[in-house]
Structures are given as C-alpha cells and as structure tokens.
Design a protein around this ligand. Sequence first.
Ligand SMILES: N[C@@H](CCC(=O)N[C@@H](CS)C(=O)NCC(=O)O)C(=O)O
Length: 235
Amino acid sequence: MATTLYEFSLCPFCNKVRSGLEAKGIAFDSVEVSPRSKVELPELPEGTPKKVPVFQHGDDTVADSTAILNYIEEKIPGKVRFHPADAAVRKRSDEIEDWVDTHFIEALPTVIYGTWGEAAKAARIVATNSKLGGGQKFLVQMAGALVMKQISKRILKRNDRTDAHAWVRENTDQFASWLGDKEYVLGAEPCLADVAMHGAITCVKEFPIYDEIMKTSNVGAWYQRFDQLRETNRA
Ligand SMILES: N[C@@H](CCC(=O)N[C@@H](CS)C(=O)NCC(=O)O)C(=O)O
C-alpha cells in the first residue's frame, strides 16, 4: 500500500511525524512541498487548511501532525507502540505532546531565522530541497531570508521575548524537569510526547541551538536514546 508523507524539510510538525514513522520502522515515500504554491499536495478533505504535514496511506488522507501520529498508531502501529496503556499516563502524554506543539515549536522559528546567519542557512536548506532552477534558487534564498527574519521578530514580540536562544533553553529545561532521570519522559517506554519532542529537536539539527539543547545533560542523553531506537527500527 502506498504510504507518503508530504512535508517541508524545516517544518517541526513534519519532523514529528517523520520521527514517529522512523521509530516504528514504517517505510514511506517523502514529497517535498513547494512552500508557496503547495501544488504537490493531494486533494484534502473539505475544510482542511492547506498545510503540511499531510499523510497518505492507501485511500486515506490525513492532515495535522497529531491526527497523523494517532492515525498511524491505530492503523499501522509498526515495531513500537506510543500510546501508553494506562489512561492517566496516556492523558499526560497527550498533554506534553500538545505543549511541544504550542510552546516548544512556537519558539523554534526564532532560532531558525532569528539572526542573519541562521536565516541565510534556513533559506539555503529550503532552496536546496526545492525543485527550482539555479537563478530562481538564489532569489528564493535572498527573499526567503528576509521574510523569515521578519516572521521571527513578530513571534518574539507576540510572546514578549527578546532572547530567542534563552527562550528555547527555558523550554528545554521544562522538558528536562519532566524527564528527570527516567529513560523516556513518562517512564521506561517511549510515548507520543517523546516522539513529538524528538521530531521538534531534529528540525533544528543544522542550527547553533541544537548544541545548546544537547548540553542539557538529561535531554542530550534522552535524544540519543530515542535516536538509537529510530536507527535500529528505521525501515
Ligand atoms: N497543527 C498543524 C500545524 C501545521 C503547520 O502549521 N504547518 C506549517 C509548516 S510548519 C504550514 O504548512 N504552513 C504553511 C501555511 O500556513 O501556508 C500540525 O500539527 O500539523
């Protein structure tokens, strides 16, 4: 059965789904979507916003990273299960997954596009992954860096923040305090909250903030542990 993830390389929500699929050992095709036109997207259920990630499995088309991860868990569970059997633990896993979406990911654009160096790097990654010709690629890089830097500024202002890196470090410390000395955030087994946080961090792997996150000792060790699981099970 055809299984396809439609994504942007620098989208944390897409990286969440990718981390889940890889850790479960599910084979899938990846389609990089053009950021403006999004022409590559398949037909979406009525009323669904034209955003990535979109996941197709046979005749099913699912949008929204959380809905996709829940769909995969139920329909194609693969080698590891991420829904805790205990209802209270499951509820906490969903809460932390939601915190990753609304707090951790909210801050990420400011450390991907916040400085000229970061914005130029992000624009380069986007242009490299797109199917544009050389001249167009250059233009996209320049215009992209400019627009992205403005977006980053707006996010900082909206959240009453001035130091992007300190904000992400604070969020990382929050996750670190939930993790404590456990192997995964809610115990010995990984859950959807671990998948979400692993995906979000993977999104910034090419950027300076990644090393800062890895220096938060229990988070660094936890990230490597999940990465190992992903490498072992990857299809
Ligand atoms: N709640 C959605 C958010 C998805 C989302 O915001 N995707 C962004 C990329 S990171 C997007 O497609 N933006 C394009 C647009 O809004 O035009 C999820 O969890 O998947």
